[in-house]
Design a binder for this molecule. Structure first.
Ligand SMILES: O=c1[nH]c(=O)c2[nH]c(=O)[nH]c2[nH]1
Length: 308
């Protein structure tokens, strides 16, 4: 028989990690977004749950997540203020809590400056975009494919998705007003003889962002084609462009169980799973673009990737 082990419970805490939410603050047509990831950590008199499974003092982590959502319905203020409000709430509301720690991380989004459009509802995040190039010499000939990834953009208006095919497994509700968010991956091929790659790159990016912001979207697929077509129209050096647009789902949080207005301001960000929409756009007459397999930018880091 195994030796009886004498064990005591030492330090312990529990909470909800990485509650990722997006709050849209609307002032008429001008929107502002707050992209927050919140972690709650409670410690206190919770030994009974660890030792005996007695949960009578345990505020479920699910309730902690709901609290974060409900508090986000009020003006958020700074990350410090939001964290302090939550921590004070958890510490005061439940007697077993001796300390409540709340971590608030904010990702910043900037309005897309789009000429001729206030673009008060289109944003790009402050993160770093990655620039990519694939240079190949074969038979003495240089070909260069160019790309970028990691450009996060979102629109808080001008996006719908409805009238889609349904089957017995469909539960998705049609919507005429949804939040559209993606992380653009692109790879383009230039005409022979092009060497002004940096100039082309800047122009491609500007056209991609502008088309994203300006296109009233009925589907990510439609936005993708509009973005590709805009690049071909605006950058004569580009012969074709492959685009990958993940559809990063933002689902409105139902606040009615907490006695609040349902609202359309606090969204849960589902980092995964996500839709993946890919397509190549190239010069040619309608009907000429036979559908086929392509190496989309998702595969872009494969060392074997070298040609279209
Ligand atoms: O723009 C979209 N295209 C889809 O194919 C799709 N599928 C889905 O669930 N949502 C969306 N949105």
């Amino acid at each position: 028989m195994a030796e009886p082990v004498i064990a005591v419970l030492a330090a312990n805490s529990y909470g909800k990690a990485d509650v990722h939410l997006l709050k849209v603050e609307r002032e008429g047509d001008r929107h502002r977004v707050r992209d927050l990831t919140v972690t709650t950590v409670l410690s206190g008199d919770f030994e009974a749950s660890y030792l005996d499974g007695d949960n009578s003092a345990v505020l479920p982590t699910d309730s902690q997540k709901n609290t974060v959502h409900a508090f986000a319905a009020d003006p958020i203020g700074s990350v410090e203020e939001f964290g302090a409000r939550l921590a004070r709430h958890f510490a005061a509301a439940h007697p077993a809590v001796r300390s409540a720690r709340v971590r608030v991380e904010e990702r910043s989004w900037q309005r897309l400056p789009v000429e001729g459009l206030p673009a008060a509802t289109a944003f790009a995040d402050g993160g770093e975009a990655v620039q990519l190039a694939w240079a190949t010499v074969a038979d003495g000939r240089l070909t260069v494919a160019c790309g970028l990834r990691g450009i996060k953009v979102l629109k808080t208006s001008g996006s719908e998705f409805h009238s889609f095919l349904t089957d017995r497994y469909t539960t998705l509700a049609p919507t005429r007003d949804r939040l559209l968010a993606t992380e653009v991956g692109a790879r383009w091929h230039c005409a022979d003889g092009t060497s002004a790659w940096s100039k082309v790159r800047d122009a491609v990016l500007a056209h991609l962002l502008e088309a994203f912001a300006q296109t009233h979207s009925l589907a990510v697929q439609q936005t993708l084609f509009a973005m590709g077509r805009r690049v071909l129209a605006g950058v004569p050096e580009v012969e074709s462009i492959d685009l990958r647009l993940p559809n990063i789902h933002h689902v409105p949080v139902d606040l009615t169980p907490f006695g609040l207005e349902p609202g359309n301001e606090v969204f849960t960000v589902f980092d995964r799973p996500y839709g993946v929409i890919e397509g190549s756009v190239r010069r040619g007459a309608p009907g000429a673009g036979a559908a086929g397999d392509a190496d989309f930018p998702s595969d872009a880091d494969s060392p074997n990737e070298e040609s279209r």
